[in-house]
Design a protein around this ligand. Structure first.
Ligand code: ATP
Ligand code: MG
Ligand code: FE
Length: 336
């Protein structure tokens, strides 16, 4: 059973081949990050153009590296949302065309289900499972009672964790995306500035918020500057460490709460921010009585391998699409 998967929801053009649900034969990722850097974020039109330019070569490379040809395939999978509408449409058009030309079934996939199911590529998920998904556009807790049965139980009300990293990074004079660099700086610094941990009362439950932290960071730097102190120039590592400690404290606390409310056998951590070393260290020390699956870095960011992993389950369930499939830029998991 071979699935060819497409992922073009944001700024990575990716095509992968997955064998029998867990064996990733190829996972080609063409990143456009260098084209977006100078704008300090992803420019949708630029992203779509890049996807158009890259996708055909990615398909060829994915099949080549997997050592198979189109007639070996069982199905085609594609991210239908959430993401940038123009970017999603390129992957969907490519997947539909490929499926039609080779008479293959088409499987539509939620991008966040992909981030979650990246875990299946590295270990066995035991259900019920809990997932902490932290990425550039999302920060949410997802309860997975059984395979493919995703329910959102908590999320950020405003900024995603990755978005907060990238916005704070701009104030720190770092290039976009700045999560990785802040993570590295944080490791050389200490938690010295008392940044707020929002929505931590019992009544706040599993909801999160990171925009106040971002504002607090910007205000601290701005006010210090008014007073003649340049914290960015003189104390960057401690600033990074303090910011990261605040983000990680909230993520760990909310994950613990989620597991108290919805006991699970496996904790999955996914999305670009799950690459964060500070978060990984705290998971290792604070969540010892549950099996934790943390995908390797190359499976944390956007990639089609994770889309194929999620598709393998949907295929079993017969959740297919026809050629009328359209992009769903605001697709969300159902609430619990
Ligand atoms: P979404 O998945 O919500 O649609 P996205 O696909 O843009 O958004 P990802 O590609 O999964 O998000 O993740 C990108 C984000 O991860 C960026 O905000 C980036 O700064 C952040 N990130 C990457 N590495 C790290 C790290 N080590 N520490 C913190 N953040 C990181
Ligand atoms: Mg990305
Ligand atoms: Fe993503």
């Amino acid at each position: 059973k071979y699935i060819l998967a497409f992922e073009t929801s944001c700024d990575e053009t990716s095509v992968a081949v997955l064998k029998n649900g867990t064996e990733l034969l190829s996972n080609i990722i063409a990143s456009q990050v260098n084209s977006h850097k100078r704008f300090g974020g992803v420019v949708p039109e630029v992203a779509s153009r890049h996807h158009v330019e890259q996708i055909t070569a990615c398909i060829d490379e994915a099949l080549d590296e997997a050592g198979i040809v189109a007639s070996d395939l069982t199905a085609v999978a594609v991210t239908e949302g959430p993401g940038l509408v123009g970017a999603l449409l390129i992957g969907i058009m490519a997947a539909k065309t490929f499926a039609w030309a080779h008479k293959l079934p088409l499987i539509p996939i939620n991008h966040m289900a992909g981030h979650l199911m990246a875990a299946a590529l590295v270990d066995t998920i035991e259900y019920p499972a809990m997932a902490l998904l932290v990425s550039g556009g999302h920060t949410e807790l997802v309860y997975v009672e059984s395979e493919g049965n995703y329910k959102k139980i908590g999320e950020t009300r405003d900024d995603a964790a990755g978005e907060a990293y990238d916005k704070v990074g701009r104030v720190m004079g770092l290039t976009y995306p700045s999560g990785k660099e802040i993570d590295e700086l944080a490791h050389k610094g200490k938690d010295t500035y008392a940044f707020p941990r929002a929505m931590m009362t019992a009544a706040d439950g599993l909801e999160m918020s990171f925009s106040g932290l971002k504002s607090a960071f910007i205000n601290l730097v701005h006010n210090a500057k008014q007073g003649g102190k340049d914290l960015v120039a003189d104390d960057l590592e401690n600033l990074a460490a303090s910011f990261q400690a605040a983000v990680v404290d909230v993520l760990i606390e909310k994950t613990k709460r989620a597991l108290e409310q919805y006991p699970a056998k496996t904790l999955i951590v996914g999305g670009g921010v799950s690459a964060n070393q500070g978060l990984r260290e705290r998971l290792a020390t604070d969540l010892t009585d549950i099996k934790v699956i943390l995908p390797p870095l190359r499976l944390c960011g956007d990639n089609a391998g994770m889309i194929a992993a999620a598709a393998s389950i949907e295929m079993e369930k017969g959740n297919l699409a026809d050629l009328s499939l359209n992009a769903r830029p605001s697709l969300v998991f159902r609430d619990m």
